[in-house]
Design a protein around this ligand. Structure first.
Ligand SMILES: Cc1ncc(COP(=O)(O)O)c(C=O)c1O
Length: 426
């Protein structure tokens, strides 16, 4: 319950901070401490975090904290000096990616990484226009709002500029196409035909759209789209900010599950486990096109502390076998959610992979009328039971389950049991 101190915190925040910073839940949570898949509020209560994918290896994972502390006490400077640390980090990172993705750039956020990806694509193609998916979100800068329909077509938005071309988001659940992959890929081909080849710089998509509603793309969609884009001279950018680092369980990178290799991969959120870190990985050829005489420099991007943390996060993911863990616990969670779906009519669809899961709530399974208010209610009641979830998707009716990766079998059981009783009481 909101107490006097909480009201004070809220009031001060409203007075001093921009008011379009949103606050989760009707009854906000004031967290003061985190440990692995748990958060603790100012009264010492524990919450199961089933939502925050940034704390990928766990909130305040001791190895990551130590790596940051030790490097901070030793040196923290920029990329204009030689360092074995950045080389080792780049080497380990590229070893997780398929050939020919072998050149890294380090920045400070997913937004900066997407900005840079766009610059790389434009330098390489000498073209400007970009194809984006409806409902996509790629970051908070001016240009990224331009390529994010979720923002520029949402409240306060003013639409897309003429160089941005939006195609429908491939949504297997709501698809009316007989062959969803081909049906949705066709929009991209039509878009390219309509724009004239020489204008196309590329195509960007999350390998599994998250803001779009935790969507798993139809199996052959990306292969068909990548071919059409490349035939037209464009580059294919995979935004793996939410989906990378083993989260989807079957693969280390979500794009791998569709058997494609992008030209540029964009990384953010989990790679720093909460430390501001973003990266772009591309081919030598594309990186060389970008090396056109203008220096690329980011004051903090690739600094020693960021590299120490980034390297440790990567090693923890691998050594703790978190990808296999996500596959196992995610599989158990999906099976439990499917069982709930068999008893609760409101669950229209259960989807996802590993610990990247979505539960779409609908009022009617035939009309697919979104159960938006109900989804909001569920998330708030789960919060009251101290389990943190969120909603997303074009209709805000998809429950988002995307926990720190240490989320285990017992946590999954608790989430399923609580969700069951909340759905029964709705
Ligand atoms: C898919 C995707 N790309 C890019 C970004 C932007 O990352 P950041 O908030 O670190 O700038 C986000 C952030 O939510 C995201 O979800």
């Amino acid at each position: 319950m909101t107490n006097r101190f909480m009201n004070q915190t809220l009031e001060t925040r409203r007075r001093l901070l921009g008011r379009n910073l949103s606050i989760a839940y009707n009854d906000p949570v004031k967290v003061v401490r985190g440990s692995m898949q748990y958060l603790y509020d100012d009264e010492g209560r524990e919450y199961l975090d089933a939502y925050n994918n940034v704390a990928h290896v766990g909130h305040c994972h001791p190895r990551v904290v130590r790596a940051g502390q030790e490097q901070m006490a030793l040196l923290n400077t920029n990329t204009r000096y030689l360092s074995d640390l950045i080389n080792e980090y780049a080497s380990r990172l590229t070893s997780t990616l398929p050939h020919p993705l072998e050149v890294c750039f380090f920045v400070n956020s997913g937004s900066e990484a997407n900005e840079l990806a766009l610059r790389l694509a434009r330098s390489h193609t000498n073209a400007r226009d970009l194809i984006v998916l409806d409902h996509a979100y790629h970051g908070n800068t001016t240009t990224l709002i331009d390529i994010s329909p979720y923002k520029h077509n949402g409240p306060g938005g003013s639409g897309a500029p003429s160089w941005v071309h939006m195609v429908p988001q491939p949504d297997p659940y709501r698809s009316t196409h007989e062959d969803a992959a081909r049906g949705y890929a066709q929009y991209v081909s039509q878009c390219i035909e309509g724009m004239g080849k020489s204008k196309l710089c590329g195509f960007i998509a999350e390998s599994m759209p998250s803001v779009g509603g935790q969507i798993v793309l139809p199996k052959d969609y990306l292969a068909l789209v990548y071919k059409a884009v490349r035939d037209a001279g464009g580059l294919c950018i995979a935004d793996e900010v939410q989906t990378g680092y083993g989260r989807t369980g079957t693969h280390f990178w979500a794009f791998e599950s569709y058997e494609v290799v992008p030209d540029i991969v964009v990384l953010g959120k989990p790679i720093g486990n909460g430390h501001p870190l973003g990266a772009v990985v591309t081919t030598r050829e594309i990186a060389d096109s970008f090396n056109n005489g203008m220096e690329f420099f980011s004051t903090f991007g690739g600094n020693n502390v960021s590299c120490a943390i980034g390297l440790e996060v990567l090693q923890v993911v691998i050594e703790e076998q978190l990808q296999a863990h996500a596959l196992r616990v995610g599989g158990q969670t999906i099976a439990g959610l499917e069982e709930l779906k068999s008893r609760h009519q409101i669950i229209g669809d259960v989807r996802g992979s590993g610990l990247f899961l979505g539960v779409e709530l609908v009022r009617e399974r035939t009309t697919l009328e979104p159960a938006t208010e109900e989804a909001n209610e569920v998330v708030n009641r789960m919060r009251d039971e101290r389990i943190l979830l969120g909603t997303d998707g074009p209709y805000h009716n998809v429950l988002k389950i995307r926990p720190p990766m240490p989320f285990d079998e017992g946590n999954a059981e608790r989430l399923l049991k609580t969700l069951d009783s909340i759905l029964s009481a709705l």
